[in-house]
Design a protein around this ligand. Sequence first.
Ligand code: HEM
Length: 255
Amino acid sequence: MELIRKSVAKHTQRFDPNNPQDFIDHYLVKIRNTTNPTSTFHGENGAKNLEAVVADLFAAGSETSSNTLSFAMLYLILNQEAQQRAQKELDFVIGSSRQVSLSDKPSLPYTEATLLEILRLSSIAPLGLPHRMLADTMFHGYFLPKDVAVFSNLYAIHHDPTIWGEDVNEFRPERFLSEDETRVIHHEALMPFSVGRRACIGEVFARESLFLFLASILHRFNIESDPECLVLAVETVAGFAVEPKPFKFVLTLRN
Ligand code: HEM
């Protein structure tokens, strides 16, 4: 919380309401313009809520992203062919004289499909978050009483062979590509951020930042197992959020 307080204090010091730069600045503008004392943005309450919201975003956004990247390293160590194919695409589209940028994403379908396959197989939020039924409801023949907690089994959806085929457990980014492999296909059963009104609020940010991390790492480095600590399979620590068991790997600068 100290880190967040410091960051908010820094923003407050250099605050220019005519030139908000980021989320905290925009929130400060909203606090400043709120005159209704019952509003959650008003006065001291508004300032407390700002810290709580930043803490929420930090908590919900940091381990989810870092765990996904750890899974990315694991899957790419174990699937060298996919790694090389993404690197070939990156070399062709980006070359060696500049860095990857988000505007390159539409020209890097295989790299994006690789990220989608990592999100599917890792399913780091396997049960999403619990939701409470607001009313007695019949759903596909099941009675869901008011107030019970409902979980969506995203892991099961992502590993259902009737949806993905018999090779459901294989790492195959091509499943997210059009037949001619020039476009990414957005499969409606891929829902790592869940769906509906309470779906992950950080989805766009996560998709874009993970794409940039993954593409930049693949562009510059080869990802390999540490010879003294070989990775032979994906092993996870199960919990509310899934993470890989600790492992070592080697990044070698590409020429
Ligand atoms: C790989 C990255 C991520 C995954 C897989 C992920 C997944 C999820 C899932 C499954 C939910 C539950 C949705 C539901 O209740 O139906 C959720 C909620 C949420 N996520 Fe993410 N998330 C990721 C990254 C982020 C990031 C980067 C942020 C913030 C910057 C974030 C902020 C949140 C917040 C605030 C909620 C609660 C939303 C609400 O209750 O309305 N997440 N996320």
